[in-house]
Design a protein around this ligand. Structure first.
Ligand code: GLN
Length: 206
């Protein structure tokens, strides 16, 4: 059997199109994922930004219980490379403190939706990508776009911090974390202009 190398992008709603563009520019085979069958063909997956409450509508039954696609996404994320950005990170989290969202609960982090408050709902911040994670040393910072971004409030013991910003009281706050095969970002890497380092790194198996 030939093993395919297909990267899926969850395309129920939100910012999936830009992720597909970036992946294709990098020469990867990218596929929009809307059904369990679409997901079954993929080797890795990106869950894009959007609205986690709206994603939840597509991932739950009428009585609010998780549906089959939710359970397939959960199983997928337990074994294969997955990158969640912004609302995608909220969906991967163990806890987002909001009962209108049904997270997959696969990444040991607690997040707060819209955690930066109203005045600063959106901002751009230059990030130093941690060379210990495999990024090249002494390279230009990554211009990270935060749009109504979540904040990471706590992380499990084995979660690696790959990039941080300085938070309200000056303390460093993680904005990009990895654990096993899962990568979580509070920002939108697909909106960085001519800088696909994070997607490249994800495709290389990080
Ligand atoms: N605020 C959104 C949510 O709670 C996330 C925003 C985004 O993905 N850019 O789901």
């Amino acid at each position: 059997m030939v093993t395919s190398r297909i990267t899926g992008v969850l395309a129920l709603q939100g910012g999936y199109a830009r992720h597909i563009d970036v992946l294709r520019k990098l020469g990867a085979e990218a596929r929009e994922v809307r059904t369990r069958q679409d997901l079954a063909d993929c080797d890795s997956l990106i869950i894009p930004g959007g609205e986690s409450t709206v994603f939840t509508k597509f991932l739950t039954n009428a009585d609010g219980t998780p549906n089959d696609l939710h359970s397939d996404l959960r199983s997928f994320a337990l074994t294969r490379p997955v990158m969640g950005t912004c609302a995608g990170l909220i969906l991967l989290s163990e806890n987002c403190g909001d009962n209108r969202v049904a997270p997959l609960g696969v990444l040991p982090v607690t997040v707060a939706r819209n955690g930066w408050g109203r005045q600063t709902e959106s901002f751009i911040e230059k990030l130093d990508l941690n060379p210990e994670a495999g990024f090249k040393k002494n390279t230009a910072p990554f211009e990270a776009v935060f749009i109504r971004a979540p904040r990471i409030l706590s992380i499990g013991p084995e979660v690696r911090i790959l990039a941080s910003v300085s938070g309200r009281n000056g303390a460093a706050e993680p904005v990009m974390v990895a654990w096993k095969n899962i990568l979580g970002l509070t920002f939108h890497p697909e909106l960085a202009v001519d800088d696909a380092r994070i997607h490249e790194w994800f495709l290389s198996g990080f």
